[in-house]
Design a protein around this ligand. Structure first.
Ligand SMILES: Cc1ncc(COP(=O)(O)O)c(C=O)c1O
Length: 423
């Protein structure tokens, strides 16, 4: 706080206006406000026509047959993992089986594995784009007892796509399911297809800090109708309802064998598996429907900002590793890595940026090494995931969002110059 005040005075002396450069910003458009008002006027707040519209629009955008709306990305992962256990075509998806994922991710990926009674397992990531390293995955599985494993969950972190062709072919060899955590990659393309359409199912989060920002909303995307049927149930108390109108068939199939216990029941109150309440609301869905219309513009604006920042920041590339620019990426932020720690630590750089009004986030930490909740795995992974360990301690990101102006970006570049002594 003290340094912020001094700096503020310095700004006044030099007549430089301190800017507010956040990792994300939100501006609710008139069209979005009208959409929300239409929901309020309709007197229908729980899941209804807007949720259906969102599901159909997002499935079309991603390129899958189905989309199931959920109240968060975390719920989407949990519902998908839980539903797999009920599908005959995922015979390996048993409780306590292992799910391999990235050690460099937001904690929700791993918590969801843990809380659905699978066991998280980790392989290293690429230094360049933070994505799951397919070669490490191959080597890991060659040495593993593959009967213990049921799935691989690559994470498209910061919008960068994982190498899905390689990951899918490794998974096929060992009979493992593949789940894309695409929470941070809205519209990213990989070989011409969108992430979330490249595996058994994809999951998305439309949390406020993401590219399509709804507050709290999630989704599963998939082509697998059996999985959809179970996800629909898991997300709503294990109800015997069915999006294709097959409730009677579901109820007949699951009728109690002991006919003494049969009563006249309604699918809404007929529960053949345990489930959660992961339903969302019409307001969230209406907001998402409007925002999907802007998705391509959001991606384009972010790409332009990443390109501009990369050009301006090039002079710091002896100290910082700048993000790899790729037009297929829907950037969640502007991630970079401290290469030369003798010049500045992540902590110091973050402090200096914050005092100049530039918000930052560290890149999460390597989960089994840096997150206390998974410290029981620390010994197992020490020395085994060097890239994730380095990035977890030295990578960070700032905003590249669609509402930043050229003045904002110049201000950011200038601030880095001041901090790193290269004005
Ligand atoms: C990679 C990743 N997975 C999962 C999630 C969880 O999504 P939510 O916050 O909507 O539950 C997030 C959220 O930021 C995320 O970044």
């Amino acid at each position: 706080m003290f340094s912020r005040v001094i700096l503020f005075n310095k700004f006044l002396e030099k007549d430089i206006k301190m800017r507010d450069v956040r990792v994300g910003d939100v501006k609710i458009s008139e069209a979005e406000k009208s959409a929300i008002n239409r929901v309020l006027d309709s007197n229908w707040l729980s899941e209804g026509p807007q949720v259906k519209q969102f599901e159909s629009d997002w499935a079309r955008y991603v390129g899958t047959k189905y989309c199931i709306a959920m109240n968060s990305g975390t719920s989407a992962i949990i519902a998908g993992l839980e539903a797999m256990k009920h599908c005959e075509h995922f015979p390996k998806a048993n409780e306590w089986s292992k799910v391999i994922t990235s050690p460099l991710t937001f904690i929700a990926t791993v918590n969801s594995i843990k809380l659905t009674n699978y066991q998280p397992a980790f392989v290293d990531v690429n230094m360049d784009d933070f994505s799951l390293n397919a070669e490490s995955l191959k080597e890991y599985l060659e040495k593993a007892d593959v009967d213990d494993y049921s799935a691989i969950m690559p994470v498209h972190l910061m919008g960068y796509p994982c190498d899905m062709n390689k990951i899918n072919s490794i998974a096929k060899k060992y009979g493992l399911a593949v789940i894309e955590d695409s929470c941070e990659a809205h519209g990213t393309k990989y070989n011409g297809k969108r992430t979330g359409s490249l595996s058994d199912f994809g999951v998305f989060s439309f949390f406020i800090a993401h590219n399509i920002q709804v507050g709290e909303l999630g989704a599963v995307t998939t082509d697998d109708l059996e999985l959809v049927r179970f996800i629909d149930k898991v997300k709503a108390h294990g109800r015997a309802w069915d999006r294709e109108g097959q409730e009677e068939a579901v109820m007949k199939k699951e009728k109690f064998h002991n006919t003494e216990h049969e009563i006249d029941q309604h699918p809404r109150y007929y529960h053949d598996i345990p489930g959660y309440n992961f339903k969302t609301t019409e307001i969230q869905a209406a907001l998402a429907v409007e925002q999907i219309k802007k998705a391509d513009w959001i991606i384009k604006r972010r790409l332009e900002n990443v390109k501009y920042l990369n050009e301006g920041m090039e002079k710091f590339s002896d100290i910082l590793k700048l993000p790899t620019y790729n037009e297929d990426v829907s950037f969640l932020g502007y991630p970079f890595v401290i290469k030369d720690q003798s010049k500045i630590s992540r902590k110091k750089l973050r402090e200096e940026l914050v005092t100049r009004g530039i918000e930052t986030r560290p890149l999460f930490g390597a989960i089994p090494l840096h997150q206390p909740v998974y410290s029981y795995l620390r010994k197992e992974y020490e020395g085994k995931i060097p890239n994730a360990e380095y990035l977890g301690a030295h990578a960070l990101y700032i905003g590249c969002h669609q509402y930043l102006t050229q003045e904002d970006l110049d201000y950011v570049i200038g601030a880095f110059g001041e901090i790193l002594g290269k004005v």
